[in-house]
Design a protein around this ligand. Structure first.
Ligand code: IMP
Length: 422
């Protein structure tokens, strides 16, 4: 069976930390979608690590890490990630396997992303500008370059042809984008040379064989359910299926082989980039969450927008993914709030609704809140649930009752050790 670990909000829920905590229970950690738009932060022994493409099991001795077919890889960023991990003496050839069917992000995909965003003006998506959208467009348009192409002698011709096409598309956008493709290509070739040192595999077969031999596999999602290309807040989404079904197509796992579905959410909500966010706060409370929670994008450094927990959206994500257990992150950040709010319904076209409607822009939707008591105690040193303040227990109990799924982990700080199992 394959267990899934998914973000249930707009990304940045803390998936990297939880994969890292859980890896000891798994033989294989596999990424199934997204690319270097993700920034998975892991903290242990006082050091913070940010991974973009490499699965979060890389620091564990025995775990094999697979980059699946649903992922898009930028060889340039990939090389930087490997270089940054150089000091850890990790045997990448043994521990990191790359699907031949994963698509490659070319330098011109990044430029196209920038040109597309610039052409949108105020309506921009707020993309991380890593070339994700254009690469998935080439994939579904059946023009893309895949990792497996690098095993053929003519790959540079294929690259040239695609890059030429991209250059004329960049011209079409008619926006002011300055670039020197020669420099970018040099970097790209260096990245490809590094990528080619790793083992390329038919990852669906690898996963299939691993399952057959009883190995425990964890599929690691990137971004969050509300950024899903189909079910997220379109068009302010990423270009892949971030939800459970994405693990099936992004790894070649059949639906009846999915086991536990671990859903991760923050005790409040954040969003980076543009798009609707019904519970967003523009006051001191939002500012406090951002400051205490250190809410800055791990990939772009942009400040994250902050707001109260949105149970309508969270319930939707639990349903779409079939979540079997929940993990609540950053509980410690809510310490010190006199009272807390949880959005339990939306005012929508004169009605009160409890499902996510087609459009959740502020002009259509306003949140209905339940107010709950806050707590003062610092949670960050706690090691067992028995130390939790009553108000936190009440918060957790209310969420479990509303979501009908148990909260199995409460995270009270960024370090591996600050993880309380229930
Ligand atoms: P893109 O995937 O880089 O094109 O970005 C599309 C939208 O998804 C933007 O709003 C980004 O801020 C957001 N996004 C992409 N990756 C992440 C992530 O890992 N965490 C949070 N937001 C993300």
């Amino acid at each position: 069976m394959v267990d899934l670990l998914l973000g249930l909000q707009w990304g940045d829920e803390g998936k990297g930390k939880i994969v890292d905590v859980l890896t000891k229970d798994y033989d294989v950690i596999a990424r199934f979608q997204g690319g270097p738009n993700a920034g998975h932060t892991l903290e242990f022994d006082g050091i913070k690590h940010v991974l973009h493409t490499i699965p979060s099991g890389i620091f564990h001795e025995n775990a094999i890490n697979v980059v699946g077919n649903g992922v898009v890889i930028d060889p340039v960023i990939f090389k930087k990630e490997l270089d940054n991990l150089g000091k850890f003496n990790i045997d990448f050839v043994k521990k990191l396997l790359i699907s031949r069917k994963a698509h490659l992000i070319l330098p011109t995909h990044r430029l196209l992303d920038a040109a597309s965003e610039a052409s949108k003006g105020k309506a921009k998506i707020g993309s991380t500008l890593k070339g994700i959208g254009p690469t998935y467009m080439d994939k579904t348009g059946r023009n893309g370059m895949r990792v497996g192409d690098l095993e053929f002698d003519n790959w540079k011709e294929k690259y040239r042809e695609l890059a030429n096409k991209h250059e004329s598309m960049i011209d079409y956008y008619n926006v002011d984008i300055q670039y020197d493709l020669k420099d970018l290509e040099t970097e790209f070739l260096e990245g490809v040379a590094t990528l080619k040192k790793l083992k390329f595999i038919d990852s669906e077969q690898y996963i299939f064989d691993a399952m057959a031999s009883g190995k425990k596999i964890l599929a690691e999602g990137a971004q969050g359910s509300l950024l899903d290309i189909d079910f997220g807040t379109y068009p302010y989404v990423t270009s892949s299926n971030t939800t459970a079904a994405g693990a099936c197509t992004g790894l070649g796992v059949s639906p009846n082989k999915i086991g536990r579905v671990l859903g991760i959410f923050k005790a409040y909500t954040t969003r980076v980039g543009s798009g609707p966010f019904p519970t967003e706060l523009f006051d001191e409370d939002g500012e406090t969450m951002g400051r205490v929670g250190n809410e800055f994008g791990a990939t772009t450094g942009r400040p994250r927008r902050c707001g109260w927990l949105d149970l309508v959206a969270l319930k939707y994500a639990v349903q779409i993914n079939g979540v079997t257990e929940l993990m609540m992150m950053k509980g410690d950040v809510l310490s010190g709030f006199k009272s807390l709010k949880v959005c339990t319904a939306y005012h929508y076209k004169g009605e009160e609704i409890t499902h996510l409607p087609y459009n959740i822009e502020a002009e259509n939707v306003s949140p209905v809140y339940k107010e709950m008591s806050g707590w003062d105690k610092d949670l960050t040193k706690m090691t067992t649930e028995s130390e939790f303040p009553d108000a936190l227990n009440a918060y957790i109990a209310f969420l479990e009752k509303e979501l009908h799924v148990p909260i199995k982990i409460v995270s009270v700080g960024p370090d591996r050790k600050q993880t309380i199992h229930r």
